[in-house]
Design a protein around this ligand. Structure first.
Ligand code: VGL
Ligand code: ZN
Length: 203
């Protein structure tokens, strides 16, 4: 068992990001067994859940004449438009059925504000509105994080970059992550994480 200052952060292992889902990541479900195997080793375990109201502003269907994967300008910056996904209460928003969720100490939901998306587990896409996760971890004296989940180049990378920026010792275990890879976004994310001092672990 790892020491009490270390947490495993499991990002968005939900049906819509797995094969058959609305925003399926290739082999997204292949990480479920490795994550289940990692859980017992950590004294602290946090899961995140992408959790959008119907008609969320990150959905292409909420914008006239826009298609999924188009880029638009939002008041807080550029935003990729996505297929409708992880709608609150829908099957697509549920965790993968084989993911062991009982060991989660906390489940943090994000992306619930209609007008702003939230990739990171720490801040919404305006990079200032906090989710509360930082306070949760600090009040438990946790300073070292391992991140796994979906998708490597969006929610995992944004979370890891914010974690490193907040001063957490941060590792991304790539053996338990899968990416979307939109126009080279996977390589960009890996480069950014490395440059920010995030340790990338390859299995
Ligand atoms: C995610 C796109 C939109 C993710 C969430 O979990 O990586 N990506 N919403
Ligand atoms: Zn989302």
């Amino acid at each position: 068992m790892r020491p009490a200052n270390e947490a495993l952060i499991v990002i968005d292992v939900q049906n819509d990001f797995c094969p058959g889902g609305a925003l399926a990541v290739t082999d997204g479900d292949a990480i479920v067994a490795p994550i289940n195997a990692m859980l017992p080793d950590f004294a602290a375990r946090v899961f995140t859940q992408d959790w959008h109201p119907a008609g969320h502003s990150s959905f292409a269907t909420s914008h006239k004449d826009k298609s999924p994967y188009d880029l638009i300008d939002m008041p807080y910056g550029k935003q990729v438009l996505w297929p409708d996904h992880c709608v609150q209460g829908a099957t697509g928003a549920a965790f993968h059925k084989d993911l062991q969720t009982d060991p989660a100490d906390m489940i943090i939901r994000k992306g619930f504000r209609p007008q702003i998306d939230s990739y990171s587990a720490f801040f919404e896409n305006d990079k200032t509105t906090p989710t509360g996760l930082e306070g949760y971890l600090r009040t438990r004296d946790i300073d070292t994080l391992t991140l796994v989940g979906l998708a490597t180049d969006f929610c995992v990378a944004y979370s890891a970059l914010d974690a490193a920026g907040l001063g957490f010792k941060t590792t991304v275990d790539l053996s338990a992550c899968r990416g979307i890879d939109l126009n080279g976004s996977l390589q960009t994310a890996l480069d950014q994480m490395r440059a920010a001092g995030v340790k990338l672990k390859h299995g």
